[in-house]
Design a protein around this ligand. Structure first.
Ligand code: NAD
Length: 257
């Protein structure tokens, strides 16, 4: 945490999925380190509530951190552009994009049927939120990073991107698409001092249901284990990391080898 405090003070981050789970935790940690965060989420009520709580937190006030709520649906090009514009207009720069917004369409749309029975709108949700959204967000944020000659993009994959899922088929498909998009971003960004990496968790306890998923370690991750790993990679300690996908899955993938 001490490393992060000196690293992130005064930096500006756009974070999607910032109203809950790991996106919210990353927002809290960065704001407590003195970073300015544009909190993007489609859940406006939770966004307003969490942004207000962060602004009032003593450690955030002491560090001069900030959290600006930005109602945003990552599926919409204009919303992605708006998020980047808020970072520049309100905070004057854009150093980090953390793309946490995502989810398994079978779970989120409560449609637990095999892929061959999934309605079109469920398929569209899975692809659009998990793949099109991170692409739109990166496209919106990169010009500011290019102009600044530096920046970091973090995409959220999943162990499901390796395993596949017969019901939430688009979730795994989109996450594996992000593995390739990470390489594209790394190639596009390297001449401009921009790094891109993907972090692919196994089960994380952002909801109780994840506790039942098998891992070699016999447990799911605490959200802080994944967020701390991401912040380490985003910091100068991770300066040689780009174009790569990093599993943090408690050995879950080993179980299928
Ligand atoms: N929790 C896990 O076990 C786990 C495992 C592997 C990968 N992941 C990935 O990590 C990321 C974060 O997971 P989490 O469990 O912390 O998430 P979460 O479910 O707690 O939060 C996701 C957030 O994304 C927001 N969101 C949904 N659709 C959106 C849209 N169209 N535009 C903007 N925001 C939208 C939701 O409102 C919510 O606040 C996701 O991409 C997920 O796929 C999670």
């Amino acid at each position: 945490m001490e490393l992060f405090k000196t690293e992130f003070a005064g930096k500006v981050a756009v974070i999607t999925g910032a109203a809950s789970g790991m996106g919210l935790l990353a927002t809290r940690e960065l704001a407590a380190c003195g970073a300015k965060v544009v909190m993007c989420d489609v859940n406006e009520g939770a966004l307003a509530r969490e942004a207000a709580a962060i602004a009032e937190a003593q450690e955030v006030r002491e560090s001069a951190g900030a959290a600006a709520p930005c109602p945003c649906d990552v599926r919409h090009w204009e919303d992605a552009q708006k998020a980047a514009a808020i970072a520049l207009e309100r905070f004057g720069r854009l150093d980090f994009l953390f793309s946490f917004a995502g989810g398994n369409e079978a779970r989120v749309c409560n449609s637990h049927v095999p892929f061959h029975e999934q309605p079109r709108e469920v398929i569209d949700w899975g692809l659009d939120v998990n793949l099109r959204g991170p692409i739109y967000m990166a496209r919106a944020c990169l010009p500011a990073m290019v102009a600044q000659k530096g920046g970091v993009v973090c995409l959220l994959g999943s162990v499901t991107g390796f395993e596949g899922d017969g019901s939430g088929a688009m979730y795994g498909t989109a996450k594996s698409g992000l593995f390739n998009f990470t390489k594209a971003l790394a190639k596009d960004g390297a001449p401009h001092g921009i790094r891109a990496f993907c972090v692919s968790p196994g089960p994380v306890l952002t909801r109780p249901g994840m506790a039942g998923m098998k891992t070699l370690l016999g447990r799911a991750a605490d959200p802080s284990e994944v967020v701390d790993f991401i912040l380490y990679l985003a910091s100068s300690k991770g300066a040689f990391v780009t174009g790569s996908n990093h599993l943090i899955d408690g050995g879950r993938l080993c179980l299928s080898c």
